[in-house]
Design a protein around this ligand. Structure first.
Ligand SMILES: NC(=O)c1ccc[n+]([C@@H]2O[C@H](COP(=O)([O-])OP(=O)(O)OC[C@H]3O[C@@H](n4cnc5c(N)ncnc54)[C@H](O)[C@@H]3O)[C@@H](O)[C@H]2O)c1
Length: 445
């Protein structure tokens, strides 16, 4: 099939590449020329394992191309995906300006009947807004072109996006015209060989399904962070609780890790947008409010506690391991490390930081910022450090060579924001080891 994907970010580029990989002819459109120039050279604009090989292979095979020119990019498309960003507006609601602009351009330049599919995460009712914009442009063009609007929210996880797209658990599809189901069946047939993963529903339900899924996962994280605080108070171990809780098949083991709070480009924004939708429709969502509030407190609390633990040091220095919001990605959007770094810098703490993927993104966030140095390895952060702070659970931080760490850094304070290390072992080694919900309260602030 001829497919166009508008937006070549984390979702759009993976979608375009994976659809090309199974034989569709795909054109990716983006308004960011710098990104397109990089892609033309075979340089990936994002860090996503496995993506580069698929993109390069399919560009060479002529299955995948990129352009900033809508007229050329959408002319012959049978299916057009909208995969542009939906960042939060000031009130937390999703900013739909990119989605509506891309829909408008599609309607302006498409030359055949097509299906316009929203893959971006958009609030309930957006399908109707897109339909209205499209109808207006088509009416001004005259003629008899027909564009149906469908919803097909994306569930890929950054860091595992290629695999998630090629082997989806489910493909949620919201349609308003029964005949559009056949188009989705053809489109996704290569991903559906061993069982049918399409879950068909109406468009509004599909739009809500995406927010409900992210809000549910965020709820589990905030819930465990709250249980972790209680564990700290009473001297219990949230890790034991997690294992006990997750062994119940009705609950399951996923997303039950206490930590420094959720971040990234999706959970914070989608929780806020769902909240705003509830308010807009006169149905305040109290659980969602609490999920957001607990997360804000968790991030703030961690940052303040690291800062306060260093108050007695004359020229405090921190070694920071991990900056990306989770392992496997260079995405720094709403990463908990950002608040931590800003809080420590404000307090005059010097930071040496390392992340396996996010160094370039971080240099752009804190350009020439005095007080923070970006290092080339975990070890190079350690000399002179009073405290080691671990924020992202990359594999390379999980089993440090402790004698070597102790040789390199004078301090023995460890803030373990992901509960990576055994508290008993660290105690025996003489560390003040602060983890999350493991029975050792943080120093009170
Ligand atoms: N990142 C994820 O893990 C993830 C997962 C599921 C869903 N989503 C949703 O998918 C959407 C895209 O997210 P992302 O992380 O890929 O965003 P992104 O910021 O990485 O990419 C968006 C791209 O769209 C381009 N763009 C913006 N307006 C445009 C326009 N009018 N025409 C052409 N290109 C335009 C931008 O230049 C950018 O390259 C969001 O709604 C997000 O919530 C993201």
């Amino acid at each position: 099939m001829n497919i166009t994907v508008i937006g070549t970010g984390y979702v759009g580029l993976v979608t375009a590449a994976c659809l090309a990989e199974v034989g569709h002819h795909v054109c990716g459109i983006d308004c960011d020329q710098h990104k397109l120039d990089k892609l033309a050279e075979g340089i990936m604009p994002i860090h996503e394992p496995g993506l580069e090989a698929i993109v390069c292979r399919n560009m060479q095979a002529g299955h995948l191309s990129f352009t900033s020119d809508y007229a050329a990019g959408v002319a012959s498309a049978e299916v057009v995906f909208l995969a542009v960003g939906t960042p939060p507006d000031e009130d937390g609601s999703a900013d739909l300006s990119h989605v509506l602009a891309a829909a408008k351009e599609t309607a302006r330049y498409v030359q055949r009947d097509c299906l316009l599919v929203t893959k971006s995460t958009v609030p309930v009712g957006t399908g109707e807004k897109v339909e209205a914009v499209v109808a207006e442009v088509l009416a001004s063009r005259g003629g008899s072109l027909c564009i149906h609007v469908a919803s097909n929210p994306e569930f890929l996880r950054e860091g595992q996006a290629v695999n998630d797209f090629l082997k989806p658990d489910r493909i949620i599809v919201g349609i308003e015209h029964a005949g559009d189901a056949a188009i989705f069946r053809r489109l996704y047939a290569p991903f559906n060989r061993n069982r049918d993963r399409l879950v068909l529903m109406d468009r509004k339900s599909a739009e809500i399904t995406k927010y409900a899924a992210n809000a549910m996962l965020a709820t589990r994280i905030s819930f465990m962070n709250e249980i972790g605080r209680l564990c700290d108070r009473v001297g219990a171990d949230v890790e034991a609780v997690r294992i006990g809780l997750g062994s119940d098949p009705r609950i399951g083991p996923h997303f039950l890790y206490a930590g420094v709070g959720y971040g990234g480009s999706c959970f914070p924004k989608d929780v806020k947008a769902l909240r705003a939708t509830g308010l807009e429709y006169g149905e305040p969502l109290q659980v969602i409010d609490a999920v957001h509030e607990v997360n804000e407190q968790q991030r703030l609390r961690f940052a303040r506690q690291v800062r306060d633990s260093l108050a007695a040091c004359e020229r405090p220095r921190v070694a920071l391991w991990g900056l990306a919001f989770k392992p496997g990605t260079d995405d720094m959007r709403e990463a908990p490390s950002r608040l931590l770094v800003d809080t420590l810098l404000q307090q005059g703490v010097s930071i040496r930081a390392y992340d396996p993927a996010a160094m370039d993104v971080c240099r752009a966030i804190w350009p020439d910022q005095p007080g923070i140095e970006f290092m080339h390895s975990p070890e190079s952060c350690l000399p002179g450090a009073d405290a080691l702070v671990v924020v992202t659970e990359w594999l390379c931080f999980r089993e440090p060579d402790w004698p070597e760490v102790e040789r390199l850094m004078p301090g023995r304070i460890l803030f373990d924001g992901r509960n990576l290390y055994d508290p008993e072992l660290m105690r025996q080694r003489g560390w003040q080891h602060y983890c999350i919900g493991r029975g050792r309260p943080y120093p009170e602030t």
